[in-house]
Design a protein around this ligand. Structure first.
Ligand SMILES: NCC(=O)N[C@@H](Cc1c[nH]cn1)C(=O)O
Ligand SMILES: [Zn+2]
Ligand SMILES: [Zn+2]
Length: 479
């Protein structure tokens, strides 16, 4: 039977308490990329484990040991594994989410405190870091379970949960944990398919299901020279300046139209097929949609298909920042002694972090040599993950499409996502099962950006969507 009406009624009737649950989660600043916030990532893990146990989920918080972040040894946040249901007649669905978030400061340009969930009653938007990426979707699964338990509705599947606290910082330790628990009788044994809710619709009107992700290769390029920061009046035009060298080097990476200048990258990209072209053409998308999501008229092209392909099936190179550069207000006349540029490349089939590394390292060294500087260069790959593509004709996708039609009365777009969730490919390869991405949020949610939000309707209808998907899987199991 499709998701019963009592399930939908419970979700509607308890929307306020589900929003309270999200507000509690957003209030914990679980930023994984910043060592000083690590205690909050642990607090978030405890909050989640407690919520899960209260729902009767068997929880095991797995310690992943330590790692080094910016020269500091830190404990890795636990991976929370949970089990609910052991009925051999039902399928086992593994759901994944992450409870860490990107950094957020009011001074970045937020209109509200990023760690206070701030609903706008007029628009229904609920602002807060992690509201959409990924605390809202993750809590959606717990809302589904609560609705079933409290309404005495039998869950149509067995559920396994895998929630991590390092996704925004390279998912350290997670692959090893998964690979160590796939054997007979282990936690991941018997999983029939995976569902991940951690991406977005293409726009603000049409839901989607997603069958592809780009991978990532993230680099740090350090240029160093003087033993300490220098006075630019005393040393300007007398010493090689690391910042000048670095700016030149970063300027050789990508054109202002987004073309990657590193030789050899474009020949790694799988050729486009006619069938694939048709898939982009039918998507409900306009260039105005991306400009709405970006908040300005800044699209690289006026061609819808070109914009979609740029996001879904071509690589991109983005320069993220310069560590060690003077960035405070005022006009300090300093020559920084050591600066590090951070950039990443989003990878598509058939690129891998390994084949891209060779090209990037060689190119940076060659271009640096051309500068004729006495500064020193150090290149590091900070983390990486391969691209992923799934079969969207699998029953897992049919269940998600049916559930979307039930909840939203619309056929979802079939999309590939430009972001990266490296564990997706790990699940597909280690467990040998189909993986589905079933997003809750909209394209204009502002994940990783200022004023991140989740619309109230996406949180509540999204909870119904996740529950309906489980019921559609339940129907398929019986057929
Ligand atoms: N919602 C998925 C997401 O935002 N993933 C991040 C993962 C990442 C990789 N390196 C740093 N973070 C993304 O940027 O795509
Ligand atoms: Zn995410
Ligand atoms: Zn993210």
């Amino acid at each position: 039977m499709a998701a019963p009406q009592q399930f939908f009624s419970y979700v509607d009737g308890n929307a306020g308490s589900f929003i309270q649950r999200l507000a509690k989660a957003v209030a914990i600043p679980s930023v994984s990329g910043d060592g000083s916030s690590r205690k909050h990532v642990f607090a978030m893990a405890e909050f989640l484990a407690h919520e899960m146990e209260a729902l009767g989920i068997q929880v095991n918080s797995v310690d992943l040991g330590n790692h080094v972040l910016d020269g500091e040894e830190l404990p890795l946040p636990p991976v929370i594994l949970g089990s609910f249901g052991h009925d051999p007649k039902k399928k086992i669905i593994l759901v994944y989410g992450h409870y860490d978030v990107q950094p957020a400061l009011v001074s970045d340009g937020w209109d509200t405190d990023p760690f206070v969930l701030s609903p706008d009653e007029k628009t229904g938007r609920m602002y807060g870091r992690g509201a959409s990426d990924d605390k809202g979707p993750l809590l959606g699964w717990l809302n589904v379970l609560e609705a079933h338990i409290k309404s005495n509705i039998e869950l149509p599947v067995n559920l396994r949960f895998c929630f991590e606290g390092m996704e925004e910082s390279g998912s350290e330790g997670l692959d090893e944990l998964i690979n160590s628990r796939v054997g007979p009788g282990e936690f991941f044994d018997g999983v029939d398919c995976v569902c991940i809710s951690d991406n977005y619709w293409l726009n603000d009107r049409t839901p989607c299901v997603t069958y592809g992700l780009r991978g990532i290769a993230y680099y740090k390029v350090q240029v160093s020279g003087p033993q300490r920061d220098l006075h630019s009046g005393v040393f300007g035009n007398t010493v090689h300046e690391p910042m000048t060298d670095l700016i030149h080097l970063l300027g050789q990476l990508v054109s202002t139209k987004g073309e990657i200048k590193i030789p050899g990258i474009s020949s790694l990209v799988a050729p486009v097929t006619a069938d694939e072209m048709k898939r982009y053409e039918v998507l409900d998308y306009t260039v105005a949609d991306i400009e709405h999501s970006a908040g300005a008229q800044v699209a690289i092209s006026d061609n819808k298909t070109r914009v979609l392909m740029g996001r879904m099936r071509e690589p991109s190179l983005s320069i993220h920042g310069i560590e060690g550069a003077f960035s405070a207000p005022g006009a300090k006349t300093v020559i920084p002694a050591r600066v590090s540029g951070k950039f990443s490349i989003r990878l598509v089939p058939n690129m891998t972090p390994e084949n891209v590394d060779i090209l990037v390292f060689r190119y940076l060294q060659e271009e640096f040599a051309k500068l004729g500087t006495k500064s020193a260069l150090k290149i590091e790959n900070l983390h990486g993950g391969k691209p992923w593509l799934a079969d969207p004709n699998h029953w897992n996708y049919r269940a998600a499409i049916k559930a979307t039609e039930t909840v939203y009365k619309k056929t979802p777009d079939l999309t590939r996502e430009g972001g990266s969730i490296p564990v997706t490919l790990t699940f597909a390869e280690a467990l040998g099962v189909n993986v589905l991405l079933l997003p809750m949020g909209r394209g204009d949610d502002g994940a990783h950006s200022t004023n991140e939000k989740l619309d109230r309707s996406n949180y509540i209808e999204g909870t119904k969507l996740l529950g309906s998907y489980l019921h559609e899987v339940g129907i398929i199991s019986k057929s």
